[in-house]
Design a protein around this ligand. Structure first.
Ligand SMILES: [Mn+2]
Length: 356
């Protein structure tokens, strides 16, 4: 597989002779394995996937380009060490962002006197940032599901319906449309609860004259979508309009600024400046957007400190918000694909003042 060859070629540049991959999204990305537990060991000359007996057959089917090693009779760290010894590496990288202290302690025992364990970060994630054609199609398919749910849900949102009911409606509709599951725990908030960027759905009924906000996504064939829309329930007031229009203006301006070569910080600034100029600078605390793919938060994105340089093939969310305690909040989120000349908005849902 190309991805393994790329990582093997880059080992020296990352100052290691071999790499142990334990993050399951990274395992899937390099091997195609969709199970819940495995380890991948990549050396300059070979690649192995270590699984327990539950997954031996599945790994043999899914991972044609890797040696499948069943480790059930011994510790996975002992099995990894036996594989590594064949190429006698001096420095073996582990994914420091995911390996627990406990696992590190176990690996140290087997590594002693044989190789040095080295901390690495982001080797696979940096590759994952730029999606290939097949991955982009997978994200599009997940987005088609969440888009369809959006068109159905507007008829379900009405005074008296609870946040939990709406969350159940959204989740069920995605399943009915073929999703493998939700991308993350659906956010469904009404009235003052919309001021919490990551609100959890409660038994509170939606009331007329309030905002209703839904942030949800579908997971399909290991890839995810992520969309947020904020609705007016009943006739909006002037302050609601002002907040909504400011967020929408900021969101559209940021999308318009996206093109290869720009940095994540530059795009974030476009939206943040518009929100600050309107007087809501203190009401937008989170970053503008994140990469989207195998994980909903798939890596770097748009934030004040992001040094990510945009490249065609990156899929990133654009989701500015304004949150006012006791009043409510607005967030509008689309998923975009960076293209050769700019970007394509992958989500296809109405976002002009949606009054129900
Ligand atoms: Mn998001």
């Amino acid at each position: 597989m190309n991805r393994i060859r790329t990582i093997a070629r880059n080992l020296a540049a990352n100052n290691v002779d071999a790499l142990i991959i334990t993050n399951m999204s990274n395992v899937f990305y390099v091997s195609g394995f969709t199970g819940s537990a495995a380890m991948v060991v990549i050396t300059e000359r070979d690649a192995s996937i270590l699984v327990d007996s539950r997954y031996t057959l599945q790994a043999k089917r899914q991972c044609e380009d890797l040696d499948v090693v069943e480790f059930s009779a011994m510790s996975v760290f002992e099995a990894a060490t036996k594989i590594l010894e064949r190429s006698d590496p001096k420095r073996v990288g582990v994914e420091a962002d995911y390996m627990t202290m406990s696992d590190y302690g176990k690996l140290v025992k087997f590594a002693e006197g044989k190789y040095q364990i080295c901390s690495t970060s982001g080797i696979v994630e940096r590759l994952r940032c730029v999606k290939d054609a097949k991955e982009i199609e997978a994200v599009r398919a997940a987005i088609r599901i969440s888009d369809t749910v959006f068109r159905a849900m507007r008829y379900e949102i009405k005074p008296g319906v609870t946040e939990k009911h709406m969350a159940a409606f959204i989740d069920n509709a995605m399943r009915e449309l073929g999703a493998d599951g939700t991308a993350f725990s659906t956010i469904s908030a009404s009235g003052p609860n919309t001021a919490l960027p990551h609100a959890y759905p409660t038994d509170r009924p939606i009331q007329a004259g309030e905002f209703y906000l839904a942030d949800y996504g579908a997971r399909l064939n290991m890839y995810n979508s992520d969309i947020t829309r904020t609705f007016f329930v009943g006739e909006p007031n002037a302050k609601q309009y002002e907040i909504y229009d400011t967020v929408l203006t900021a969101q559209k301006a940021a999308i318009k600024a996206i093109r290869p070569g720009k940095t994540g910080a530059e795009i974030d600034k476009v939206a943040r400046d518009i929100i600050a100029y309107a007087g809501f600078g203190d009401c937008f605390g989170h970053s503008l957007g994140h990469s989207l793919g195998i994980d909903t938060h798939d890596g770097a994105g748009f934030s004040p400190k992001s040094s990510l340089v945009l490249k065609p093939g990156m899929v990133i969310t654009v989701e500015p918000g304004i949150y006012i305690e006791g009043f409510g909040g607005v967030r509008i989120e689309d998923d975009i694909l960076v293209t050769e000349n700019g970007c394509e908005v992958l989500t296809d849902c109405d976002k002009e003042r949606i009054i129900l």
